[in-house]
Design a protein around this ligand. Sequence first.
Ligand code: PNS
Length: 163
Amino acid sequence: MSELIAIYPGSFDPITNGHLDLIRRASRMFTKVVVALTDNNDKNPLFKLEERRQLAEKAVAKHKNVEVDVFSGLLVAYAGKKKARVLLRGLRAVSDFEYELQMALMNRNLDRRIETLFMTPKDSYTYLSSSLIKEIARLGGNVKPFVPPVVEKALKKKFIRHR
Ligand code: PNS
């Protein structure tokens, strides 16, 4: 059987339980899922790309068909290099849709072989976002229910120094 590879791209600053829920679901549908981290030019990340990669790697370690990688440049070019035709993106709410639709259509325009597959997270994770989690952690709130333990630890370390 030929390999069915999906790329799950994002900034993952940091990876959350919402991302992990999507990764778990996707890992059952594809032979390989590549969690592909990059710098989003519109965002100023809290964690450096290498820190984000390490956190993601630890968080997905139990999924044997999930790989973590970093890329730069165009996502469709990276997908081509990885021999993947499917891009996975999470849709939490209608507010995500406009940006996601624009990216999906643009990516298809850049490479017509690429399909974007939208997945919905478990309902209890629909309100989760890396930005909210960073804000909660920065203000001393409890992020334990929302992120894997490695990320909770890394956030604590980051903000103890900054407070
Ligand atoms: O988690 P994010 O920040 O919403 O992810 C956005 C990301 C990284 C998927 C997007 O910025 C991206 O694809 N960047 C790679 C550069 C690229 O291909 N840009 C054109 C997208 S249509």
